[in-house]
Design a protein around this ligand. Structure first.
Ligand SMILES: C[S@@+](CC[C@H](N)C(=O)[O-])C[C@H]1O[C@@H](n2cnc3c(N)ncnc32)[C@H](O)[C@@H]1O
Length: 441
């Protein structure tokens, strides 16, 4: 008789097999075949905005591979790997010194001596950094001490939205290093306040302070450019394809930033009237970005810019959709509730509040409501359905703002406390679109 543990391993193997085949089919459907680990160009699917089927397959594949490794490897091996994983530091070296940009001009490869000269590093140290990354197919050693780009390292270029985002991710590792201290410090340990985050703890120890959102112009420009890379990484543009935007006339982008989503939305659905609402200084940046990227929308008068402090006031009244991407997760529950209550005050009976966030999937969560296939698509054999990235992102929100990613039930509860009811969900993998309406008493 087959042991239960063996049955579990077999089930994981079968998830790996079927999800890998689904991913391969998605690549092949483009007519360009499956990408190679040492490909030196991006695959056309890498530029696509609708990669939902691929992302669904990868969620299962990644979760199952990690779980299988944990089952079959000695526990000390897995535990050691948790701590000693410096891919982030080596990626940081590569992005800060623009290695992928330099190699772009040398598709056949460049000797580590020439590369080290170009970026002003010691060649032996640089080779050690690169060799660690090549283990996962990020850069390749084409012959001894000669390195070239791969499909994976190409996204690290500073001209790539993803590379730009990764180049500016240094803060979180510094704040993560004091996580334990913040959990044992009397002042910080049990506080949910924004000013008691690991970031705030670090700044305090350095004799500094300041809200994350008080940025000078240069920092704002960098941050909002990073949000474009964030959208690509988390597949946010999928929302353009799966929400019934044809049935919407007016959208308020609440905490719009520079229009990461609303600019492509206005381009794809020219009938939409868009209101951008953010802090006044950000709106200046937003208007400039629209002028550059979607001047036609400004000329047609389809877009407006209305300053808003969403913790203190309500957005404009009575529009169809109030869209919030990556807003609620920046805030602890109290502030999140205030933002939603301020929106609830101005929405009409047919308005929808559309929250676009990472959602934590949990094995022991209550059954889902009104989900478009999200629960059925998930694999119960996997711990937390293989949902890994949202859990890592949850840590980032904690480190920066004492914010958090939430489960669907947590969103439902926070919506309910603001007089809103969850009426529809769209599982876009990692991120979800959650549609709320006025709750009927
Ligand atoms: C993580 S960004 C998301 C921006 C945009 N929704 C996107 O997806 O790119 C959070 C946004 O909230 C805005 N924000 C922060 N505090 C705010 C406040 N009190 N009132 C209005 N907007 C605020 C920031 O300026 C920033 O644009």
């Amino acid at each position: 008789m087959t042991e239960p543990n063996e049955i579990k391993v077999e089930a994981l193997l079968s998830i790996i097999n079927s999800s890998a085949r689904e991913a391969m089919a998605e690549y092949k459907n483009t007519g360009h075949g499956v990408p190679g680990i040492d490909a030196n160009t991006l695959h056309p699917l890498d530029f696509a905005t609708d990669t939902l089927a691929l992302r669904k397959a990868i969620r299962l594949l990644e979760g199952a591979c990690e779980q299988l490794n944990t089952i079959l490897a000695p526990p000390q091996h897995t535990a050691y790997n948790f701590i000693h994983n410096y891919s982030w530091a080596c990626t940081n070296v590569a992005t800060q010194s623009c290695i992928a940009d330099v190699l772009e001009k040398h598709p056949e490869g460049l000797s580590v001596d020439a590369l080290a000269d170009a970026v002003n590093f010691d060649k032996t140290k640089l080779a050690r950094v690169l060799r660690l990354l090549t283990l996962r197919g990020c850069f390749k050693e084409v012959k001894r001490d000669v390195f070239a780009n791969t499909r994976l390292s190409l996204v690290l270029q500073s001209t790539n939205d993803v590379g730009f985002n990764l180049q500016h991710q240094r803060g979180c590792h510094k704040f993560a290093a004091v996580l334990y201290e913040t959990m044992t410090n009397q002042e910080f340990a049990r506080s949910d306040e924004v000013e008691k985050s690991p970031r705030a703890f670090t700044l305090k120890n350095e004799g500094k302070h300041g809200s994350f959102w008080e940025m000078d112009e240069e920092a704002s420009e960098i941050f909002h450019k990073c949000m474009i890379g964030h959208s690509v990484i988390h597949g946010s543009y999928t929302a353009l394809h799966y929400y019934p935007w044809d049935n919407v006339s007016s959208v308020v982008d609440v905490g719009s930033g520079t229009g990461t989503i609303s600019i492509p939305l206005a381009k794809m659905f020219p009938h939409l009237r868009v209101t951008n609402q953010d802090l006044p200084e950000i709106l200046k940046l937003s208007r400039n970005t629209w002028e550059q990227k979607a001047p036609e929308a400004l000329l047609d008068g389809r877009v407006e810019f209305v300053p808003l402090n969403f913790l203190e006031e309500s957005p404009v009244v009575g529009k169809d959709v109030y869209y919030l991407r990556s807003i609620i997760h920046d805030w602890p529950d109290n502030e999140a509730r205030v933002i939603l209550r301020n929106i609830r005050k101005v929405i009409g009976p047919n308005s929808r509040v559309l929250i676009h966030e990472c959602v934590l999937l949990r094995k022991f969560e209550e059954a889902d409501v009104g989900a478009n296939g999200s629960t059925e698509a998930l694999e119960p054999t996997l711990l937390n359905f293989g949902s890994n990235t949202p859990y890592q992102h949850d840590m980032a929100m904690w480190l920066l703002f004492n914010g958090k990613e939430r489960t669907l039930n947590e969103f439902k509860n926070i919506g309910a406390s603001a007089g809103l009811v969850l009426t529809q969900t769209y599982d876009l993998v990692g991120m979800m679109l959650m549609e709320f309406r006025i709750a009927q008493d």
